[in-house]
Design a protein around this ligand. Structure first.
Ligand code: CU
Length: 156
């Protein structure tokens, strides 16, 4: 009888954890993300770092995600300048499945991406932490010139 209660409690606890994991999951246990989540089709979003006129801006400069959904963020640099996609707090609150660039696939946490002129990269991730984050290019002078953006992670 006692054994059954303990089992029931553990079951209930794990149910609670799995139902609300999106709200508070620390990235350390993100490795246990349900595999269903990783099988869901990724929503594609493209962001250009600069443009062919070499203007210092992200296009678009406002990005919105929903926590717990899988995304494929296409990063492109159509300019003749090198740019960074830097959003450290945002990157800390997501689970990165992979970053693909050229023939290389990188697994694990990513905090910043540098894109050389003409470069493209694909970042596949699941945002876990809701919030409002800032995005910027850390090349000297670029943030100051307005190469900044805003990232919102919301709930469904
Ligand atoms: Cu830049």
């Amino acid at each position: 009888m006692k054994k059954f209660l303990v089992k029931a409690f553990i079951f209930q606890l794990s149910l609670i954890l799995s139902l609300s994991f999106i709200d508070f999951i620390p990235s350390a246990i993100a490795a246990n993300l349900p595999s269903d989540l990783l099988k869901q089709p990724a929503t594609e979003i493209t962001v250009n770092l600069g443009n062919s006129a070499n203007e210092l801006k992200f296009e678009p400069n406002h990005l919105e995600f929903i926590a717990g959904k899988r995304y494929l963020l296409q990063l492109k640099n159509p300019s003749q300048l090198k740019h960074y996609f830097t959003a450290k707090d945002f990157a800390d609150g997501i689970w990165t499945q992979k970053v693909e660039a050229g023939k290389v696939e990188i697994k694990g946490a990513i905090h910043e991406l540098e894109l050389k002129p003409g470069a493209e990269a694909e970042w596949v991730f699941v945002p876990l932490k809701t919030g409002k984050y800032s995005l910027r290019c850390t090349i000297p002078g670029h943030t100051e010139a307005g190469m900044t953006g805003e990232i919102i992670v919301g709930n469904l």
